[in-house]
Design a protein around this ligand. Sequence first.
Ligand SMILES: [Mg+2]
Length: 164
Amino acid sequence: MKIAIDIDGVVVDLVESWLRKFHPDHVKEDMYSWSGFDGVGSTVEEFFEEICELTVNDIIMIKDASETIKRIREKHDVFFLTDKHSGVMGWTVGVLKKYGLGNIEFINCKVEDKQKEEYNYDVLIDDCPLRIDDGRLYMFDQPWNRSIYFNNRVFGWLDFESKI
Ligand SMILES: [Mg+2]
């Protein structure tokens, strides 16, 4: 199978990394929706500004992500499919290298001006509640997508590995 993997919220625990550095009095559950910055006393503009200031050493990984991706790669064709703006590419590339994932194909659909659903894959694992539930999607459980129903919801990487 061809498996597309989103990065933020799936491989990199971006919200947790951001909160620890800039809003340590908040927890991830305060981000109760995709636009739930009110719960953190922040705005989407501040969020994007602040995540550009993160460094590789600030980044917390999602539990089991790098080990499971390496195992899945032995059986499947895996690539990263992200829609990041250029300001965060520095630490993104650094983090993937640090955790031994730097040699995996990397597509930034923002650069190609395409939606993720336009790409050729059998499975997409993503945490964004705006994604289309087209039968290929596995929603990676996070507080900001929990209130929305998806056919395939996974609770962590080991759960995903057991379901594909
Ligand atoms: Mg994401």
